[in-house]
Design a protein around this ligand. Structure first.
Ligand code: ATP
Ligand code: MG
Length: 271
């Protein structure tokens, strides 16, 4: 016989992602295996919580801190834009009601939503800032984004995106690759770049670690630029910070690292 549904659920909650289909000759054997594994996992989760007392900040924040430091050293300037986004901004981004991403948007009222991405606000900033700053214009923002997702272990409805953009660069694709290399070398991560198609930008480059997409990037000039009165070559990268923590920690479930009342910094709280 196999672990019961409740047992499997508990082991997953505690962070187990292998050996969940084990077969046992009797219920006693199964229950004893479950208790043993549960005990070990509880110890591991306790140790993770202890560890947070020492380092003070969750891994998600440390990853963000490292990236922000790396980016500011590369000359990128941080901007802070609202978490609430107007419907008009989404429309200027080329999003229409028929697109899957539109269906994933959390609406606050008829005209406002919780931002599903940072790009529209960054486009807006570029348009304003280009009058004041020299090219290349390098900005970034890190913060919460929201998308309705049919639950899976790699998707949160509330996640943290770090989006950077460099407008007025000379060789977008090459500089894009160099920036990805610099940022990911901060974590010694091995990654692959995969060329793909995206409903917003068309041509995109995904950054993949193992099987996991941790970032998507695009380059311009792009037809959307004219909606924002922006012109010239650019590259932009959107990194999912919870996904980066997941691959760094070897976690199988993104819920452990996102904003949560059940987990803190990878540790299950009801232990
Ligand atoms: P996926 O195909 O995995 O659903 P996506 O291509 O829709 O992701 P992008 O729009 O490219 O996502 O967003 C940039 C990055 O933000 C992604 O590469 C990923 O790391 C992260 N991300 C996107 N959606 C989520 C989510 N629901 N939960 C956690 N991270 C996400
Ligand atoms: Mg993507």
């Amino acid at each position: 016989m196999y672990y019961t549904k409740v047992q499997v659920q508990r082991l997953i909650e505690l962070g187990e992602n292998t050996g969940l289909e084990a077969y046992f000759a009797s219920a006693e054997e199964r229950d004893s295996s479950f208790r043993q594994r549960e005990r070990k996992l509880i110890q591991k989760n306790r140790a993770t919580l202890q560890n947070l007392q020492g380092k003070r900040r969750p891994e998600l924040r440390l990853v963000e801190e490292k990236l922000v430091k790396g980016l500011t050293e590369l000359g990128f300037i941080e901007v802070l834009t609202p978490v609430m986004m107007s419907k008009g901004m989404l429309e200027k981004m080329g999003l229409t009601e028929e697109m899957p991403l539109w269906g994933q948007v959390f609406w606050v009222d008829e005209k406002k939503c919780l931002r599903p991405m940072l790009a529209p606000h960054l486009y807006h900033m570029l348009r304003r800032l280009k009058k004041h700053w020299d090219m290349p214009l390098k900005i970034f923002e890190a913060g919460p984004c929201f998308r309705k997702e049919s639950k899976g272990s790699n998707h949160l409805e509330e996640f943290t995106m770090l989006n950077l953009v460099c407008l007025g660069c000379s060789k977008p694709l090459q500089e894009l690759q160099e920036t990805i290399e610099k940022l990911l070398s901060l974590f010694a991560l091995n990654y692959k770049l995969l060329e793909t198609e995206n409903e917003v930008y068309g041509y995109t480059v995904d950054v993949v670690v193992g099987e996991m997409e941790i970032a998507s990037a695009a380059i311009g000039p792009h037809p959307l630029d004219q909606n924002w009165d922006v012109s010239g070559p650019w590259y932009g990268i959107g990194l999912g910070l919870e996904r980066i923590v997941m691959v760094l920690q070897g976690y199988g479930n993104i819920r452990r690292v996102g904003r949560s009342l059940s987990y803190l910094d990878g540790a299950r709280l009801n232990i």
